[in-house]
Design a protein around this ligand. Sequence first.
Ligand SMILES: *Cc1c(COP(=O)(O)O)cnc(C)c1O
Length: 391
Amino acid sequence: MSGRKPDTELVHGGRRREWRGRLVNPPVHRASTILFDSVAELRAAAPEFGTPYYGLHGTPTTWALAEALTELEPGAAGTMLYSTGLAAVTAALLTVLAPGEELLVTDTVYGPTRRFCEGFLRRFGVATRYYDPMVGGRIQDLIGDRTRAILLESPGSNTMEVQDVPAICAAARARGVATLLDNTWATPLFFPAIEKGVDLSILAATKYVGGHADVMLGSVTANAAWYPKLERVSWDLGHGVSPDDAWLGARGLRTMAVRLRQHEASALKVADWLKGRPEVARVLHPALPDCPGHEHWKRDFNGASGLFSFVFRGGDDAARCRFIDGLELFGIGWSWGGYESLAVPNDPQPLRSVTRWEAEGPLVRLHIGLEDADDLIADLEAGLRRYASGT
Ligand SMILES: *Cc1c(COP(=O)(O)O)cnc(C)c1O
């Protein structure tokens, strides 16, 4: 780390002269075969970050993105890239776990991650136990002889509980247990995970890194204790990423700081407005004081991104669908982190096993895009009228 501020790292990270020549952006380098000058050179070569060896192990396009992500995380040793965020999650878990071991997972984890734990990891011989996202330092009571890793996600999927990441990581480290954080919501700009004690920091780069809803990508950034094994396991699993996708990811990354700040401001404006509406029982946004774990957000985060949820005061799914279906500026679809606004219905209880979700009515998750916030509020206001009127 050079001590430069994160916004500067975003602009300059990974743009080595040897990778970009005289261009501003490192171009798309496509390769499977890398040619050597002699048998002796071929025999002497080995896969290594930044050295051409074979397509799987990267080209200047993928190294540039990986290095830029590493430079965003003080304390990081390196970054591996994946074709999706989910592939990043599963590769990170397979890096730290072996058959016979146990994994602790936050109860508000991303749904497909839970499915991987219940299906693949179970068959692989790894048992998963879920914990209350608000457990904090009491996680130490859950760590058993076979516990090898703890997966965190903060804030939690859909219901936005902010975890006490430093306390959980300190308890884990004292027992030699690895910690992994799905940091997709905050990105390293708003939560420098490795600095806070996390061993492996995971991003669905599909979201804010890409930023334009047109690329699937994942990344895992690791500290020095875990990076060599992460690299080994990822290559053993055959994980590589297309240079076109890496190029799109790098292109998105350069503007991530300004985009995130606008997502933050607009989402806060919309969240505050929703909070004052009689049709809304609760707004689940880490920057609002009544969000579970708000004090951790205030202490540990540098900002809030554009994704949050709210709960209606009463009403049923039909009313929720009337609200969502008629929105003009909000798309209906999975994923988030692009420049556009989205609205989806979510029902948290089926995705939990050790905590209960009690709510006054149905829940809607919003992603606030880069549209004018007042236009978004007008759209939502019309939606609340549809919700309340029954038509
Ligand atoms: C979207 C998402 C993922 C998975 O990313 P994909 O690129 O869609 O596979 C993982 N974790 C969280 C928190 C996400 O929101």
